[in-house]
Ligand binder design. Structure first.
Ligand SMILES: *[C@@H]1O[C@H](CO)[C@@H](O)[C@H](O)[C@H]1NC(C)=O
Ligand SMILES: *[C@@H]1O[C@H](CO)[C@@H](O)[C@H](O)[C@H]1NC(C)=O
Ligand SMILES: *[C@@H]1O[C@H](CO)[C@@H](O)[C@H](O)[C@H]1NC(C)=O
Length: 810
């Protein structure tokens, strides 16, 4: 409606403007799109035609070229009216002036008037974009100020009614720039006002409005679809700026350690990330990195002790090569995989056996390559050795002796040092230390026996072996090498070395000389065993040498005296009955034992049936009563034989007178001498005195024995009787240089006695000159006192006695 009124008014104004221009021809100006039937103008009036003739003359409107007949004529009014729709845009498109040519035809006469209808544009078209939407792809990397041409909008209208401008919906990134083309057409371009970020906004819808200049103005819109194209403007970003992982050492190959991951905000290829080690930092190739998954795995041996942490740079690279880095720190945790190692730093080997307890013998160092508890090491040694470990600074230990060492008991020690760490499970190791104990000369040689006795028969060959001694010394080598020697001393006033010698190496004792039992029955030597140490140690032992008797002495007849020397006669009473004791042969033998076991035998007699002799007593008895017919002078030859092998013998002659009175035998007086008689008398006196002295002594002995028994139950007097040595020939007594006997000898002299009841009797000294009797007598009591006063002391205390074991005649 509004539109119609507008066209009409403007049309009318136009009509009146152009009227006067037409002569013969008329022209009108009308707006387009007038309604069919709308009056363009009164053509009859304008042409001065008679209304009535119009119909008569068959007036009609023709179009040139038989085009569309836009107009018609109202024959009654003469008005030119719009018959067809007049659309300027169809007729003239963009032509600036649009004229529709119509002809008015009158017949009769034929009259032709040209009608020019100028069609005025009205704003009946809105600007229009070719596409429903504009698609625009813009690199996000596009710089600020970049232009993006937009498609034009079209408007069928022209002039003011055509597109006059564009406007863009408010947005963050773009502004609109409107330009005019050479033909006056307007177009718009997007100007990037603020950089795009695909990662922020990857698509935008912008509404572009094109508007014309008509009134009212018309507009058309299009949506600009902006797609932000990815530019590789984002570096990959790791999820952590640094990764930390912890991994136990000795982890098997392919163990997953950690997964690193980076994201790239970009798109497509630009976000395809490849992980890589920065080669410099993964020098050992201990770890592998999966280039796509980012998994870090174990690829080599992980040894905490070699490297306890790894720091690696990992790069993430996207498709077009933007790289970022992260740091991966892998801390290796310790596993107790190293046993402690024991080092022997110093060792005194060998150690002298005399080291004091507490002496440091060695220094031990223990190391464990693990860490923390795994490297805490405890050290110990076995219990059964005299050593201990004393912890010292840090991991050092001193090996210290705890007791006295004795090489002779244990010469080598196997010390096992064990070290255990405190890991879980703990590891341990051990080390054996050989320790030798060096010898110190601390043992003297020790003889195998307390004392040695050697028995040798007299008359031995010089150099013969007596016995051997042996001493042991457990020390080492020369400290244990034993050398034997005889200690200096004297035997019978001569140096002991003239009696025996010892082989220094073997300990075999040799006799140096031949021994005489009758001179020396036994003696003692001291043999020393000395080792070769420095200083040497020694010990000594007593070797008693006992010389045994050989029957090398013939019996010696004391009574009667030797033939020719003392011619003695025994008186036999005529009234003597058979079995009466007539006389007695007294003999001694320097030998002993069987060798001195004497037997008596009458080998020759005047009257063999008259006298007999006791085989062992030597007593001569009558066998029968004496008769008158018996010869007064009887002569006996007695043989005394010892019991040795072979036996030795002696003979003597005995003269017997069967008479009651010596005077009856005058011829005998010739035989005996006064001198001799007086001598014999003095012997008898001496013998008597001796007997009394002895008796006295015996009493003292008995008292002494009693006295001693009270103090000491045992007495060494065993049925033997001591008599002074003076009563025997000096060679019978074994007297050393000092005149004392070294030891008690059982000097067995077999004597005959004149009495059956008495078990012993003294033998009178047959030789006055060798020892004065008074000296002996004077001496004896003191010696007795010595004996019995010191009877609790050794029986070896020197005496002047010889014990005489008496043998009963029966
Ligand atoms: C010490 O130990 C070693 C090895 O264990 C062994 O060969 C040696 O015989 C031992 N020695 C002693 C004295 O035990
Ligand atoms: C013997 O003992 C001495 C110390 O008394 C010592 O010095 C020496 O080494 C020992 N000899 C041997 C062979 O062991
Ligand atoms: C012999 O040994 C004894 C102890 O056994 C000792 O008292 C004495 O002095 C030693 N004699 C010598 C000469 O070594």
């Amino acid at each position: 409606m509004g539109y119609g009124r507008f066209s009409l008014l403007s049309g009318l104004a136009f009509v009146f403007l152009v009227l006067h221009l037409v002569h013969g021809d008329v022209s009108y100006s009308i707006p387009e799109e007038m309604k069919s039937g709308s009056v363009i103008g009164n053509i009859a009036k304008d042409l001065g035609l008679d209304l009535g003739s119009l119909s008569a003359r068959n007036a009609r409107i023709d179009s040139e070229d038989n085009n569309v007949q836009y107009c018609g004529i109202n024959l009654s009014t003469g008005d030119l009216i719009v018959q067809e729709r007049i659309d300027r845009e169809v007729l003239c498109a963009k032509k600036a002036s649009c004229v529709v040519k119509q002809e008015l035809v009158l017949e009769n006469p034929l009259e032709l008037h040209r009608i020019s209808i100028r069609v005025q544009d009205i704003n009946d078209n809105s600007p229009q974009f070719k596409e429903g939407s504009l698609k625009l792809e813009i690199q996000e990397s596009a710089a600020k100020g970049a232009h993006f041409l937009l498609g034009e909008a079209h408007d069928g209208d022209i002039g003011e009614n055509a597109v006059q401008g564009y406007s863009l919906q408010q947005n963050d990134h773009f502004k609109l720039n409107v330009n005019t083309k050479a033909g006056g057409r307007k177009y718009g371009e997007l100007v990037l006002d603020k950089e795009l970020d695909r990662e922020d906004k990857k698509e935008m819808m912008l509404l572009l409005t094109a508007f014309d200049g008509g009134s009212p103005r018309r507009s058309g819109t299009v949506v600009i679809h902006v797609t932000v194209l990815d530019a590789n403007d984002n570096v990959p970003v790791f999820s952590q700026s640094a990764y930390k992982a912890s991994l136990p050492e000795n982890s098997p190959l392919d163990t997953l350690v950690i997964t690193v991951s980076a994201t790239d905000a970009d798109d497509g290829l630009n976000s395809q990330i490849t992980y890589e080690f920065d080669h410099v930092s993964n020098e050992n190739n201990v770890f592998s990195l999966h280039s796509e998954s980012g998994e870090v795995r174990v690829a080599g041996a992980i040894d905490y002790e070699k490297q306890s942490s790894y720091e690696m740079q990992i790069s993430a690279k996207d498709g077009l090569g933007l790289v970022s880095y992260t740091t991966l720190i892998i801390e290796i945790t310790d596993i107790n995989d190293n046993a402690p190692v024991i080092y022997l730093k110093t060792l005194t080997n060998p150690i002298p056996e005399n080291v004091l307890p507490g002496t440091e013998v060695g220094i031990i160092n223990v190391q464990d390559r693990d860490s923390e508890n795994n490297r805490q090491v405890r050290c110990s040694i076995q219990q059964n050795v005299p050593f201990k470990l004393v912890p010292s600074i840090k991991n050092y230990y001193s090996l210290v002796s705890t007791g006295q060492l004795d090489r002779e008991v244990v010469s080598d020690y196997n010390i096992t040092i064990s070290a255990t760490d405190e890991g879980s499970p703990p590891l341990s190791s051990s080390k054996s230390v050989q320790l030798s104990v060096a010898d110190i000369n601390d043992n003297p040689p020790v003889f195998e026996e307390q004392s040695y006795s050697a028995y040798v028969t007299e008359n031995n060959k010089p150099g013969s072996t007596l016995c051997s001694v042996a001493a042991r010394d457990p020390d080492w080598r020369q400290n244990g090498t034993v050398i034997y020697s005889v200690l200096a001393g004297e035997v019978n006033g001569a140096p002991v070395s003239s009696y025996v010698s010892v082989n220094g190496d073997t300990g075999v004792i040799h006799a140096v000389r031949s021994f005489d039992y009758e001179q020396l029955r036994s003696f003692k030597v001291h043999v020393m065993a000395r080792d070769n140490g420095s200083p040497p140690l020694s010990s000594n032992v007593t070797v008693s040498v006992f010389i045994s008797d050989v029957n090398d002495n013939s019996p010696q007849i004391l009574y009667p005296g030797p033939e020719g020397n003392s011619f003695m006669t025994e008186l036999v009473p005529k009234a003597a009955h058979g079995g009466s004791l007539v006389s007695k042969v007294i003999a001694v033998d320097a030998d002993s034992g069987q060798n001195a076991w004497l037997s008596y035998q009458i080998v020759k007699s005047t009257d063999p049936g008259l006298f007999s002799i006791g085989v062992h007593s030597g007593e001569i008895r009558t066998q029968r009563d004496i008769s008158e017919s018996d010869s007064i002078k009887q002569n006996l030859v007695v043989s005394v034989k010892d019991n040795g092998q072979p036996s030795l013998s002696a003979t003597c002659s005995m003269y017997l007178l069967i008479s009651d009175n010596l005077a009856e035998v005058p011829e005998l007086k010739d035989m005996s001498y006064d001198e001799k008689n007086s001598k014999l008398t003095s012997y008898l006196i001496i013998a008597l005195v001796s007997v009394s002295t002895f008796f006295l002594t015996f009493i003292i002995i008995i008292l002494g024995v009693r006295f001693c028994r009270r103090r000491k139950p045992r007495l060494l007097f065993d049925g033997a009787v001591a008599i002074p040595s003076a009563y025997l020939p000096p060679n019978y007594a074994d007297v050393d240089g000092t005149g004392t006997l070294r030891s008690t000898y059982n000097y067995d002299a077999y004597l005959t006695t004149g009495s059956r009841t008495s078990d012993f009797k003294f033998v009178s000294s047959y030789n006055d000159n060798t020892l004065p009797a008074d000296q002996t007598l004077r001496k004896s009591p003191t010696d007795f006192a010595d004996v019995f006063g010191g009877c609790d002391s050794s029986p070896e205390v020197g005496t002047h006695f010889i014990s005489l074991k008496s043998i009963s005649t029966r």
